[in-house]
Design a protein around this ligand. Sequence first.
Ligand code: BES
Ligand code: ZN
Ligand code: ZN
Length: 478
Amino acid sequence: MKIEVLEKVPEKISGVFFVVSEDSYEKDVKAFSAAEKKQILGVMESEIFTGRKGESLALTGLNKDGKAFFVVGSGKKEEGGLLRNAAGVAASVAKKSKFADFAIVLPTGEDPALAISGAVLGNYNFKIGDTSEDFLVKKCVIVSGKKFSKDAVEKEVSLAESTNFVRDLVNTPPSLMNPDILAEEAKKLEKISKKVKVKILGEKDMGKLKMGSLLGVGQGSDIESKLIVLEYMGGKKGDDVEALVGKGVCFDSGGYNVKPTGHIEDMKSDMGGAATVLGAFRFLAETSPEKNVVGVIGAVENMVSGNAYKPGDVITAMNGKTIEVTNTDAEGRLVLADALYYTATKFKPAVIFDFATLTGACIAALGTEISGVMGNDKKAMDRVKKAADVSGEGVWELPITDLFREKTKGTISDLQNWTAGVSAGSSMGGAFLEHFVEETPWVHFDIAGTAYQGKYGNEFTPKGATGVMMRTIRELLK
Ligand code: BES
Ligand code: ZN
Ligand code: ZN
């Protein structure tokens, strides 16, 4: 969608959405005409519309020149970030009404950034087939008195569109999104910028590197497992390198510990971490910051077949550690084990952030709005918490303690990937991964609950893939 930031509502436009906040609606927004002001004050005073978050109302008295007028609520000022919600509501009303274009009129002095973000994120659909409706709005005008550079608009649009790209990858059915296709999607990013280089390692290459852990998970699939390695070198040679690592399980059947009905349906989303890494690289490629970032994705399918790994198998990871597969459904940590160790030893990054739909336990602990974070370094963790504070995406630190570390030890092997009777599943996942990062400062993001919303969305996120953590990554890499 094309975005423009203007000072006035254009003459020709299908829908105009006035953003009104709940607590202190303005009586004198410059962009409003006298008739508009009268109408808006009228509904506000009658309390038909109060400016609450998520609220929208068509103003029938104003419709003229083919324009439809609406008010959308942005909630209370101190709740912050709500302009994104209001713009998201405006975009989804415009989308449902099949408007060719729409304008969002911001309260005076409000920064257009949040509105741009909400508008692009709200104007999202994922539909397959000729019979499915797939209408998107082509253009959005943000009406704001506040100066905003063209460059800043472009960056904001790129971030939101990269988030929609993540959503597309995750929403795609598993027959159309496998390790091969994920690798192709990564390769395509090279076309955006010369600063992006993508290398794909196949099973033979990974065999040479002795990645028995990742390969063990993928061996039951007819599709070859891949290690996708991305480099964005926008900084100087010799500058610090920062790493993003993603879990790319393109379908998680659970393996022989097969997932039951009720748990298996959304498992195309188990490559949400990998998609996030690709989204971040799309954003880097488009916005060209002076940074050096590498990305590593372990892309596999966790399937059941005559060749699949079995509960009781012992596999050997790239770092030489032996792992008993006590549960084939705890496959994400096995994939990440080799991806993390490869990242730590090949690139010697200053920090690693990994993104993974790792544990159902994280959903039980933190629900669908807050991602679990854990790690081995206070400075890196503080950086994550600060970034998430700015982005407005919820994170909550979960502990990795010596007790959890102890419980990752195996009986016939160095480690086991699952330990019966320990219910702190997310922390156990974190404690397992810690064995593979060497001394690298590292934060693990468990996005199992937040990457995919099977039941409901929010003002700017339709049901399905969310693209969560893209905004936090932007802050992290600033
Ligand atoms: N992919 C799942 C985690 C998951 C669950 C993601 C629900 C999104 C929604 C992961 O591979 C898994 O199956 N984890 C198991 C681990 C257990 C066997 C230790 C879990 O959480 O139940
Ligand atoms: Zn699993
Ligand atoms: Zn999984």
